[in-house]
Structure formats: C-alpha cells, structure tokens
Design a protein around this ligand. Structure first.
Ligand code: MG
Ligand code: ZN
Length: 230
C-alpha cells in the first residue's frame, strides 16, 4: 500500500481512538454501560435487541443507537419497546465510528440510562477497528452462518469480549454443529465467553440479561419469573 494511504488511515484511526476515549469518559461519568453489537448482516442483532429491550423494561433503563447504511426500519422496530432509540444512517460507510456516535448522542441526557446498546452496521470487517467507547463488545454468530465463520473473520473475534450465538432454536433444522462452532471461536480467541440465545423462543435470554445487568452494576429484578431477589 502507498505510504500516503497508510498515513491517512492511521490518522483516521488515531482520531477515532481519541474520540472514543472522550466517549468512554462521558459514559463513565453518566454511570452508563455501553454494549456494541457487531455481526454480519442478518445475524439477528435487531431481533436480539428487541427481545432484550422488552426483557429489561421495568428493570434497567436501556436505550439504543442503531446503525444502518439506509432506512430507519430497525430504529422504528426497536422504538416499539418504549425504550429511547436513535438511528444513525451512514450512507455509504460500512461501520460506525466514534464521531458518528458522539453526534447521535447530542442532547441525550445519558444519566437517564443504565445501559446503551449500539447496533453496529452489519459487517464483520471494519467495525473491529473502530472503538466506540463501549464497555463491552459482543459479536453475534447465528447458527445459519456456518461453523467456521470465526476462522474467516478472526479480527472481530479478537476484538470482542463476548460471543453470542443467535437463532439457537434453528440449530437442529440447519444442522448446526455446536461443538465445531465453539471450537472455531476457541481457536481464534481461547477462552472467549460464549452465550447461546434465541430471540424467538427466549432460550438463553435470562443469562444474557444477567450478563448485561452485571455490566450496568445493577441487580436484575425478575418480576415475571417470580424469582426471589435479596
Ligand atoms: Mg439490524
Ligand atoms: Zn467500514
């Protein structure tokens, strides 16, 4: 690659890192935990978020920023939960960067939230290089994608804190090899925590929600499940 292009890219990333650091400070001051959801298109980020926001309602105050190249369909879908949601439409840009997140947060009183989800643009490549100031980066891996996905896109797995297998209700129908998928994750990122979820049946949602509540430093109340909490 010509030196000039490398220089420009490094400049862009350096600027992003500075802005991400400012965001991280701002989130910390507001007592806000931020989750960056990354995956290929169609892995079920919006469906997982929809179910998550519904599950968190009345327990934690959660909001979402949704990135897409075009349309505000996902934001409208998520807003039905009653949670505050904003759309970032990137046009031709295939990832979110810290500047876009900062701009989208303008005028939003972050102290009113415990958790903010950022649904990144569906893309397993460049979102790995853009820090958004998040507390946790979760990479989604749907059972319809092929067990070797982590081997093909190791960088995103290396930048993630958690892998969430989605659409687990379809595992049998599509012949998903759970052991092979887990082994692929473990090969690129030994020890990475893996959760299995289904936004359709609710399987695994409790564990995911507990994980999020821990992040926000809050006890989750389970009024619906009737579970006793101290
Ligand atoms: Mg979506
Ligand atoms: Zn991109």
């Amino acid at each position: 690659m010509p030196a000039r292009i490398v220089e420009v890219r490094e400049g862009v990333l350096k600027k992003n890192d500075l802005l991400a650091r400012e965001l991280r400070e701002r989130f910390a001051e507001a007592g806000l935990a931020v989750v960056n959801l990354v995956s290929s298109p169609g892995s079920g980020k919006t469906a997982l978020l929809e179910r998550t926001l519904a599950g968190l309602a009345g327990r934690l105050r959660a909001g979402a920023l949704v990135g897409d190249l075009a349309t505000d369909n996902d934001a409208r879908r998520l807003a039905a939960s009653g949670a505050p949601v904003r759309q970032i439409t990137t046009g031709t840009v295939c990832h979110l960067d810290a500047e876009m997140v900062g701009r989208a947060l303008a005028g939003w009183n972050l102290t009113e939230l415990d958790l903010l989800f950022i649904e990144n643009v569906g893309n397993l490549v460049c979102p790995s290089s853009y820090d958004l100031g998040e507390t946790l980066r979760a990479v989604l891996f749907s059972v319809t994608e092929g067990e070797d996905k982590p081997l093909k896109y190791p960088t995103i797995y290396n930048s993630a804190d958690l892998a969430v297998i989605t659409k687990i209700d379809l595992a049998e129908a599509v012949g998903f090899d759970r052991a092979a998928a887990r082994e692929a994750v473990d090969r690129v990122r030994p020890g990475l925590e893996i959760l299995e979820t289904s936004a359709r049946t609710g399987e695994g949602m409790d564990a995911w929600i507990e994980r999020l509540a821990g992040l926000a430093g809050r006890e989750v109340r389970h009024p619906a499940a009737g579970r006793a909490t101290a």
